[in-house]
Design a protein around this ligand. Structure first.
Ligand SMILES: NC(=O)C1=CN([C@@H]2O[C@H](COP(=O)(O)OP(=O)(O)OC[C@H]3O[C@@H](n4cnc5c(N)ncnc54)[C@H](O)[C@@H]3O)[C@@H](O)[C@H]2O)C=CC1
Ligand SMILES: O=C(O)[C@@H]1CCC=N1
Length: 269
């Protein structure tokens, strides 16, 4: 924790990351945020006691520069900031789609770049973070990225070629589960339950199922079979899911998310 980290573009995911680092005991004097709007900067400084600096000053002071702007804003940011990033810094990209080679284009030769895809459950220290080495990133740089993201949940090292799939699966993944909970709560209302009761029932069911998935050594198919009684209620519901092509819809949805990541990269090329 002797490193100073600057989160450039501390919006939703940047704040999730900063809040996790603060909870993990990263010294607040070693955390810097940058923000486009001054009121956003003041909000972050008040909420976390961290410093808020302009991009260039943040990059000069930090050893680790985490880029958390939208991919569509990355080119403007890097055109301006990239040439001003002093040598010897580690650049971590949190951006969906953009390859590390995109960032290398704007940075001094030899600047190490690491690509990270995390997710919002970092807010409750249950993130899934995938870390990939880009140009000039050594084992030491990957270990430093892990040191930053491990307190926020699980981390995994993967080749960068798998990052668009990771983005589709675990980066966007929380949204799919929230969407399911939303839809199942509506279903409970359709069946006559009060909204709050339906919400509480499905949230606890989601938590219980997630803990079983993590802690039991059983395959998900086995876990589902154990709920599915012959001629029972569950199989009646599963027939409906199959009739509506929910499995195929999920395959298509994740493919669309992966394709969108590739499109973002192509647009930045
Ligand atoms: N929201 C999520 O669950 C996840 C997002 N990501 C990635 O994180 C990045 C940010 O996403 P969000 O946090 O959702 O977006 P966001 O829009 O909430 O945050 C981006 C922030 O960057 C700021 N910004 C833009 N240009 C700037 C500049 N030149 N200087 C300083 N600040 C600047 C914006 O004002 C905004 O506050 C994206 O690249 C996205 O792909 C990655 C994993 C999960
Ligand atoms: O929707 C997005 O593009 C970002 C990347 C992963 C999660 N949110």
């Amino acid at each position: 924790m002797k490193h100073t980290v600057a989160v450039v573009g501390a919006g939703k995911i940047g704040e999730v990351m900063l809040s996790g680092l603060v909870r993990a005991g990263w010294p607040v004097g070693r955390l810097i945020a940058t923000a486009r709007r001054p009121e956003r900067g003041r909000e972050l400084a008040e909420r976390y006691g961290i410093r808020v600096l302009p991009n260039e000053a943040a990059a000069a002071e930090a050893d680790v520069i985490a880029v958390a702007v939208k991919p569509q804003d990355a080119e403007a940011l890097m055109t301006d900031l990239g040439p001003k990033v002093p040598g010897g810094k580690l650049v971590i990209s949190l951006c969906a789609g953009l390859p590390t080679s995109f960032f290398a284009r704007f940075l001094a030769a030899g600047t190490p770049v690491v690509r990270v895809m995390t997710n919002t459950p970092a807010l409750v220290d249950e993130a899934m973070t995938a870390i990939s080495a880009g140009p000039h990133a050594t084992a030491e740089h990957l270990a430093l990225a892990e040191e930053m993201f491990k307190p926020l949940g699980r981390t995994l090292r993967l080749p960068e070629s798998q990052q668009d799939a990771v983005t589709a699966l675990s980066g966007s993944g929380p949204a799919y589960f929230f969407y399911l909970v939303e839809a199942m709560t509506d279903a409970g209302i359709l069946l006559g339950l009060p909204r709050q009761v339906a919400h509480d029932l499905i949230v606890q069911t989601a938590i219980g199922s997630a803990v079983m998935l993590r802690e039991s050594s059983e395959h998900p198919v086995k876990l589902r079979e154990a709920v599915t009684s012959p001629a029972g209620t569950t199989i009646a519901a599963i027939r409906e899911l199959e009739n509506h092509g929910v499995r195929a819809a999920l395959l298509g949805a994740l493919e669309a998310a992966r394709d969108r990541a590739q499109e973002i990269a192509a647009q930045a090329d």
